[in-house]
Design a protein around this ligand. Structure first.
Ligand code: ADP
Length: 276
């Protein structure tokens, strides 16, 4: 029953009055729910945009300080900033979709991403925006050989950013974050390790669920909505990968992403041709 129906009612008995009051109360609940959702939406968008905005800001500051005389800095900062702006555009679209439906149909693009260079770039961006942290990248790349996975680059970066944002957020005294890349037979494993608060055995499964947060009060204070890891899992699974966590309370956490490797150059050329 909507507002105009309720307006049409002219209660004449005690029963009709209490009936009307019931309807009005339901309507108020709906309005309340709507307002809370809108507030949540605005908070979520602001939270998601914080990291890309900080990256663009960092690059612009670099440009301002050194870039004017150094064409290499100029080139790199401009292309990194443009990439972040693209990410922001996609994030905004995603958040809009999310606000309209409770589920987003992810567009799993058939694209190929080079793991070492992409990871390195996200790593450099995080070093820049969190100068109080020590970031370490330990990769097993040999002879500069590339390593390809079939995953849209922005999606891979998004997952890495979710894990790194969390590592920063849930660190305590030891401000140290390690990223490692190790290549297996058919898969590559990317690990993000922090030395922060960690989580209990039961929470290790739950944290990948939508809206789940271990400590609601504290998580709210740190910003966030309990969606990050569920999005990361959905994305990784969508590209036939796996995501899991090893952690114990007080000792920090290691999140592992495992993705199938594209076997050889032939396959890569073929999928490039299909994509075009
Ligand atoms: P958010 O961080 O926005 O709350 P996430 O889905 O990214 O949502 O994470 C869900 C919950 O998992 C967090 O609220 C936090 O309790 C826990 N968590 C995630 N990453 C870590 C981490 N690196 N260390 C400890 N707890 C974590």
């Amino acid at each position: 029953e909507n507002l105009s129906d309720i307006r049409m009612r002219k209660p004449s008995s005690q029963d009709e009055w209490s009936d009307l009051s019931l309807h009005l109360n339901r309507l108020l609940d709906k309005i309340d729910h709507y307002v809370t959702n809108q507030k949540q939406f605005v908070e979520d968008v602001s939270h998601e945009l914080r990291t890309p905005v900080a990256i663009v800001e960092g690059h612009l500051k670099l440009l301002n300080r050194w870039g004017k005389d150094d064409p290499e800095v100029l080139d790199e900062s401009i292309s990194a900033s443009l990439q972040e702006i693209q990410r922001m555009k996609e994030l905004v679209q995603e958040m809009l979709d999310l606000s309209r439906a409770d589920h987003v149909d992810v567009d799993y693009k058939d694209e190929i991403t080079e793991i070492y260079s992409t990871t390195r770039q996200v790593f450099e961006n995080f070093k820049m925006i969190h100068p109080t942290f020590n970031f370490f990248l330990d990769d097993d790349q040999q002879d500069n050989l590339p390593l390809y996975v079939r995953m849209y680059r922005n999606h891979y970066e998004q997952v890495l950013i979710i894990l790194l944002d969390n590592a920063v957020k849930y660190s305590l005294n030891r401000l140290e974050i390690h990223i490692s890349i190790s290549q297996g037979m058919n898969t590559v494993e990317i690990a993000v390790q922090d030395f922060g608060e960690g989580m209990s055995e039961e929470d290790k499964e739950r944290v990948f669920g939508r809206f789940y947060r271990v400590d609601k009060a504290r998580s709210r204070e740190k910003g966030g909505n309990g969606l990050g890891l569920s999005i990361a899992k959905e994305l990784i699974n969508g590209y036939r990968g796996d995501i899991r966590v090893e952690s114990s309370l007080g000792n920090g956490s290691i999140f592992y992403i495992e993705l199938p490797i594209l076997a050889d150059q032939m396959q890569i050329e073929k999928s490039k041709a299909i994509a075009e």
